[in-house]
Design a protein around this ligand. Structure first.
Ligand code: UAG
Length: 491
């Protein structure tokens, strides 16, 4: 792209040195810079991108965008001084990739729990009505079954614009996107033109990063503020009326608001809910009348997820009866209260719950099932929110037996993590095993016929992080293999 055209998007800038005629690529990571790149220096959480100017120049960068004048003048390269490089990058990347989010409908889903489930549900329902969709989140960017791995649940500005451009080229009409609070706090979604923002819920998590619930909640609110005042494109906020934060988001968003819930008044309200062994049934009260909903998704949290998805489809113009009909054929998501299909005398579920509220709701979702005991494997990660640890164990204490373990130890002392959780235990019937595989095997070992076993923390994640090393691990494989071993089921 012509440098002159690209730079038109920056009003406040000082150009030092001669501009190259064209920019071949934009990079914010010096290691990805190639001949003819523009390198944008971002002040990060760990390091300052300004420290890598030399490396970028060596690799062939011809333009360096900075917010601190490095005081160097390099032959053959220009320095562009701007007030804020992150904001500059949002404009530059958008222009470079031709404003891809404006070529599609973008649905952002935020909240503590349920982001992956709600995004996936919306995506499946949209596919069901014949839309060509892309899904972006914890599992990467997926279009037509093809997955591109991404560095984060919510990618950085540049990666987002590039991925959006790729899927737009492949004909995507909608992008459904998980938007994390880290992503919002770090401006990773700046420059994305969202049409719809969906809020699931806000409960305690990530306080290592956000310091307080107030700050965490406000950060989530950035997505609703970002919906903007664009009257040319209709914008909607889909809010959970049972969560008090929705009132604040309603206040800050200029978008039209549609609500869903179970307890409070809502545009999409679930009534007469029946939690059955293999399905959930309820009456859905809506602006278009009442509908009978039947879904294979189990538990109260899934009622909320279903309501959020149907309300989103409604604002996309899909009739409720159509969404309700499509819902019947949707299977539970892997690793989200997923029942392991195995011929053994106990029921085993895998769940992603790694917050106090998610643990509460995973236990509640088997509350109606006949059982002997409930054994709960609860895990939390190292180098993350320490305050939630005792609260997680407190919620898990509702189970008859609790095994405390670790999801990803990262750089923390494993015993310290376990002790943090242990403080919240409400009874003495628990064990602590730092090794996740051993913890799961132990849970199976002590289980008796008729028990329900919930293994929570990682869901269908296929790795464990120790230090900075990511190694293969699958809760599903570990639990299935050990049950087969215990009950002599041939592998
Ligand atoms: C704490 C945190 O969120 N860190 C994120 C942040 O990294 P950072 O600020 O430390 O970046 P940095 O390493 O200091 O680098 C600063 C700049 O220097 C550049 N650089 C760096 C090194 C080099 O050699 N050359 C170079 O140019 C980098 O490309 C970058 O532009 O910005 C990076 C780029 O956007 C993110 O990948 C990174 O996420 C880390 C890996 C992470 O683990 N984040 C987690 C907490 C996270 O974001 N999780 C949420 C999901 C949460 C949930 O809901 O469960 C997510 O969206 O993934």
């Amino acid at each position: 792209m012509k440098t002159k055209n690209l730079l038109e998007v920056l009003q406040v800038k000082q150009i030092i040195g001669l501009l190259p005629e064209k920019i071949k690529s934009i990079q914010q990571d010096s290691r990805k810079v190639e001949e003819g790149s523009m390198f944008v220096c971002i002040k990060g959480y760990t390091v300052d991108g300004h420290n890598f100017i030399e490396e970028a120049l060596e690799r062939g960068a011809t333009t360096i965008v900075v917010e601190d004048d490095p005081g160097i003048h390099v032959k053959g390269a220009s320095i562009i001084l701007v007030p804020n490089t992150m904001k500059a990058l949002a404009h530059l990347a958008n222009k470079f990739y031709n404003y891809p989010s404006k070529q599609m409908d973008v649905i952002g889903v935020t909240g503590t729990n349920g982001k992956t489930s709600v995004s996936s549900l919306i995506n499946k329902l949209l596919e069901g009505v014949g839309r060509k969709t892309a899904l972006s989140g914890t599992n990467g960017m997926t279009i037509a079954g093809e997955v591109t791995a991404t560095s984060n649940t919510t990618c950085d500005i540049l990666e987002n614009q590039k991925l959006f451009s790729d899927v737009a080229e492949q004909g995507a009409e909608d992008v459904v996107m998980e938007v994390s609070s880290h992503g919002l706090a770090q401006g990773r979604v700046w420059g994305i033109d969202f049409n719809i923002a969906v809020f699931t819920n806000l409960t305690q998590d990530h306080l290592d990063y956000h310091q307080s619930m107030e700050q965490y909640g406000q950060t989530k609110g950035l997505l609703f503020a970002q919906l903007g005042n664009d009257t040319a494109r209709k914008k909607f906020a889909v809010l959970n009326s049972d969560d008090p934060w929705s009132k604040k988001y309603e206040y800050i968003t200029p978008a039209e608001v549609v609500t869903y819930g179970i307890l409070e008044n809502a545009n999409f309200k679930a009534k007469q809910i029946q939690y059955l062994e293999d399905k959930t049934v309820f009456t859905l009260e809506t602006l278009e009348g009442e509908f009978s909903v039947e879904t294979r998704l189990l538990g109260e949290f899934n009622v909320y997820n279903v309501l959020a998805a149907i309300a989103t489809l409604f604002v996309k113009g899909v009739h409720v009866s159509k969404a309700v009909a499509l819902l019947r054929s949707i299977n539970p998501l892997e690793g989200r209260m997923e029942q392991i299909p195995i011929d053994a005398p106990l029921k085993v579920y895998l769940d992603y719950a790694h917050t106090p509220d998610a643990i509460r709701s995973s236990i509640a979702s088997v509350g109606h099932l006949q059982r002997n005991r409930l054994i709960y494997v609860a895990g939390t990660g190292g180098d993350r929110d320490k305050e939630k640890r005792p609260l997680m164990a407190q919620e898990a204490s509702v189970a008859d037996v609790v095994i405390l373990t670790i999801n990803d130890v990262r750089n923390e002392d494993p015993q310290e993590i376990l002790r943090g959780m242990e403080k919240g235990m409400q009874h003495k019937n628990y064990g602590m095993l730092a090794d996740r595989k051993e913890a799961i095997e132990h849970a199976v070992e002590i289980s008796e016929p008729g028990d329900i076993l919930i293994i929570a923390g990682k869901g269908n994640e296929q790795y464990q992080i120790t230090g900075t090393k990511k190694e293969h691990h699958s809760d599903k494989t570990v639990v299935t293999d050990y049950i087969k071993h215990k009950y002599n089921i041939p592998i």
